[in-house]
Ligand binder design. Structure first.
Ligand code: SF4
Length: 266
């Protein structure tokens, strides 16, 4: 499918929960954020149905995000349901890695192709400060488990204040090269002020070639991360919500005053 700016839209990012086991300072306040009511959260059957419809309309790349997707109970079953959908060429997940030691092999067995793991620093104190609740050693053992399980490629998502020339980013890059991993440098974003940049090592944030739609955990199809436009699949049905999002996808992002990263999945 194509939007009105002739961009090919073939990528669906699915946030399966707004909950997370970390409190990263650039994503959530320390006290956390009011969570979505449980009844508002899409069931696995609903997520699979929206994905099936999206695939029938041209999506072939799907990424599972959160919050932290691995805190969603039964996540391995959802991966199996999505991997059974014919037409998905690329099934990936973005995770903070805290629970990956436990889940990497079951996810690979269920059909997940690859993972992106958040890693902003190799300094344990800085890691603790940024994530507020995480331990660097858990992220590192999660990375090792993902490689061992054959998830490939394993990419590191490194959030930077401005650029990959920052000391922590350089250390993450050296670690990635040493470990045979790919790394993407993501400039810090601010939804309310509309600050965002192009992902170094990826294609996020490049509006000219934007190929994505997002499904939030409470069923909103979002045409753009930096926009307040949402179309709810429970109200409109999956096809109508996707068509409306496609038809109203902005040429480029502006601001998002309604959502938080934890319920969009970046
Ligand atoms: S800001 Fe919107 S249009 Fe630009 S890359 Fe992000 S999602 Fe696509």
């Amino acid at each position: 499918m194509y939007d009105r700016f002739k961009r090919k839209i073939n990528y669906l990012r699915i946030s399966v929960t707004d909950r997370c086991n970390l409190r990263c300072e650039y994503c959530m306040p320390a006290e956390g954020i009011k969570m979505l009511p449980h009844d508002d959260i899409l069931s696995f059957d609903e997520i699979a149905e929206v994905t099936r419809v999206a695939v029938s309309m041209g999506v072939d790349k799907v990424r599972i995000t959160g919050g932290e997707p691995l805190v969603r109970k039964g996540i391995v079953n959802l991966v199996k349901m999505l991997s059974d959908i014919e037409g998905i060429k690329d099934l990936a997940m973005t995770t903070n890695g805290m629970l990956l030691t436990k889940f990497a092999q079951p996810l690979a067995n269920a059909g997940l192709h690859r993972v992106n793991i958040s890693l902003d620093t190799l300094n344990p104190e800085t890691y603790q400060k940024i994530t507020r609740l995480g331990k660097l050693k858990d992220a590192l053992s999660g990375i090792a488990a993902a490689k061992k399980a054959g998830l490939c490629p394993v990419k590191l998502n490194c959030v930077v204040k401005k650029s990959a020339d920052e000391p922590d980013a350089k250390q993450v890059k050296a670690f990635a090269e040493e470990q045979g991993l790919q790394v993407r440098f993501i400039p810090q974003m601010n939804l309310e002020t509309g600050e965002f940049g192009i992902v170094d090592g990826g294609d996020g944030g490049n509006c000219k070639i934007c190929n994505r739609l997002r499904l939030t955990s409470n069923g909103n199809i979002m045409p753009c991360l930096f926009s307040d436009l949402v179309y709810n699949v429970r109200e409109l049905g999956a096809k109508e919500a996707i068509l409306k999002a496609l038809g109203n996808k902005p040429r480029s992002g502006s601001v998002n005053s309604m959502s938080h990263f934890n319920n969009i999945g970046g």
